[in-house]
Ligand binder design. Structure first.
Ligand SMILES: [Fe+2]
Length: 184
């Protein structure tokens, strides 16, 4: 249960959040730092995935049901936690209208997209794919994300971090050359 909560749910959520910064930040340092954090987190998710894939087939049906329930509830909480209801309340703004506008904003759409791309295929991969969770994800409208290729996502996180490394080395070479020329 701890691995499920941590390596699948929380680190999946983290990857989605860091990905927004890595892929959209205007500041190169912010993008680079997040690429490295994601490289690391992505490996943690892979660890959880491998550990749980071996372990879950040994659980009883009741134990698996409990985990599916937990997952679905966590998925709804993660999806809805940015509706910022308390903020609108304190500002005296129309709550439902504001929450709706948040939900439909392009940024949140992108965020939900990467969130469920990170979580749903892992859930399927570790074999926690009973009637309860499938029905729940179907109602939530996120079942299609199960088709995402988790290995490809992980490879991409590695690849992007290495690209940042290569870019930094190139910048350093340019600086070194310029300094050598200036010293002549
Ligand atoms: Fe981690």
């Amino acid at each position: 249960m701890t691995y499920l909560g941590m390596q699948v749910v929380i680190e999946g959520l983290a990857l989605a959040a860091f990905g927004q910064i890595r892929d959209h930040a205007q500041n190169p340092l912010a993008a680079q730092v997040n690429a490295y954090v994601m490289q690391d987190e992505s490996r943690h998710v892979a660890f959880g995935r491998l550990a749980l894939r071996d372990y879950y087939p040994q659980l009883t049906q009741k134990e698996r049901d409990e985990r599916e329930e937990f997952l679905l509830e966590a998925s709804y909480l993660m999806r809805d936690r940015f509706d910022a209801v308390e903020l609108w309340q304190n500002l005296g703004l129309p709550i439902e209208e504001c929450a709706q506008a948040m939900y439909e904003s392009g940024f949140m759409e992108k965020f939900r997209n990467s969130l469920f791309t990170r979580i749903v295929p892992i859930v399927k991969d570790i074999g926690l794919w009973g009637d309860y969770i499938r029905k729940g994800y179907e109602e939530m409208g996120v079942i299609e994300y199960a088709k995402a290729d988790v290995q490809a996502l992980q490879d991409e996180d590695e690849h992007i971090a290495r690209q940042f490394d290569a870019r930094q080395r190139e910048i350093q070479r340019v600086i070194d050359r310029a300094q050598a020329v200036a010293a002549e």
